[in-house]
Design a protein around this ligand. Structure first.
Ligand code: OSB
Ligand code: MG
Length: 371
């Protein structure tokens, strides 16, 4: 059986985040991204989302490189080849080096299309079994500690299962200590987005006093060697985000003992097939995983939810409810987290309908490619 795909639609969207999101690398408020749509001849529509930002400060990809790689290289590959299963996309795109977020945006739409053709939920196609998933939140760097404590308070009250605090030199130990003092019962973790080097080792070791759930990506975005030295010198588990792009990166990080936990982001690793493979090898090696976020719209969020139903996603992810990010999301119903729990939708594919009016409102450009 082949997956018949007649058309690929590429919509560029612009959406404003409810509030600016600040990390050690910069502040984001406007989100530009692509909604990908794979269409067959039988009325099925599969949707995906790209996660690269306009500026290459999280990784090397941008909105513009995503468009370039999708239109000039990836869609031509889809035109010239036949797919039997969404897993084939990974092999088909292999000749194109990296550009994982571009690859993932198309692959996601094909997974959703495939699940809809089979009339089963995406979670089930991926092999996931959970009916509900636990989620936490990621809090950006705030203007003051009081602002941060208030945000933590609101989200603890809303029932989120863990709080992630963005840190950087000068906004780390004291801030985290204050959060732990005021909220001793909620699991707290920190995400540095590569803001430190091994020269800061004593500062990082001091964080061991705080009994954090983990520290995410303290060192360079492309490093697994220094992280291995740091993990050997710290009790707090290190979680890798930016450094892990593939199954092979994962195997090497495990071998070097560079981390005890991995944050899997579908876009960063090139799609759901690679994400599953990373999940499987982590499960075999006792590495806990959780699903990260890239401030996605509801479409990307739905993919994250489906992936999180796999068994080794044992820690709460960053996939919070739509209303934390957007005045109005582009899916219906929106993603809702109740007491830190999202109920996995039972409908075919991503399990949420596209809100076409909202989609139109935020679309600034649209292209159609016939395969
Ligand atoms: O490092 O996980 C990260 C957002 C943008 C870029 C990188 C990261 C993040 C987040 C937010 O932490 C996750 C989310 O709420 O979607
Ligand atoms: Mg991170």
């Amino acid at each position: 059986m082949t997956i018949p795909i007649k058309q690929i639609k590429l919509r560029k969207l612009k959406m404003m985040l409810k509030s600016p999101f600040t990390t050690s690398f910069g502040t984001m408020q406007e989100k530009e991204f692509f909604v990908t749509e794979a269409i067959d001849g039988d009325g099925n529509h599969g949707f995906g989302e790209s996660v690269a930002f306009t500026i290459p400060w999280y990784s090397e990809e941008t909105v513009k490189t995503t468009h370039h790689v999708i239109t000039d290289f990836l869609i031509p590959l889809l035109k010239e080849n036949i797919l039997n299963h969404p897993d084939d996309v990974l092999e088909l795109f292999k000749p194109i080096k990296r550009n994982n977020m571009a690859k993932s945006a198309l692959e996601g739409a094909i997974w959703d299309l495939y699940a809809k053709q089979k009339n089963i939920p995406l979670a089930e196609v991926l092999g996931g079994t959970k009916k509900q998933i636990d989620v936490g939140i990621s809090l950006g760097i705030q203007p003051s500690i009081d602002d941060l404590l208030q945000k933590v308070q609101e989200n603890v009250k809303a029932g989120y299962k863990r709080i992630k605090i963005k840190i950087k030199p000068g906004w780390d130990y004291d801030v985290l200590a204050e959060v732990k003092k005021n909220f001793p019962d909620i699991p707290v973790m920190a995400d540095a987005n590569s803001a430190y080097t091994l020269k800061d080792i004593s500062q990082l070791q001091k964080l061991d006093e705080l009994d954090l759930l983990m520290i995410e990506q303290p060192l360079a975005h492309d490093d697994i060697v220094d992280h291995s030295k740091l993990q050997a010198a710290m009790n707090t588990p290190i979680c890798l985000d930016e450094s892990i792009h593939s199954l092979s990166d994962t195997q090497k990080a495990i071998q070097l003992q560079s981390c005890k936990i991995i944050n899997i982001k579908i876009g960063r690793v090139g799609g759901l097939s690679e994400a599953k493979r990373i999940h499987d090898v982590c499960k075999q090696n006792g590495i806990d995983v959780w699903c990260g976020g890239m401030l996605e719209s509801g479409i990307g969020r739905a993919h994250n939810i489906a992936l999180t139903t796999l068994p080794q996603f044992v820690l709460p992810g960053d996939t919070a409810g739509s209303s934390r990010y957007w005045e109005k999301d582009i899916i219906t119903p929106e993603v809702v987290a109740e007491n830190g729990v999202i109920t996995v939708p039972g409908e075919p594919g991503i399990g949420y309908e596209i809100d076409n009016d909202a989609l139109d409102t935020f679309t600034v450009d649209e292209e159609v490619f016939t395969l």
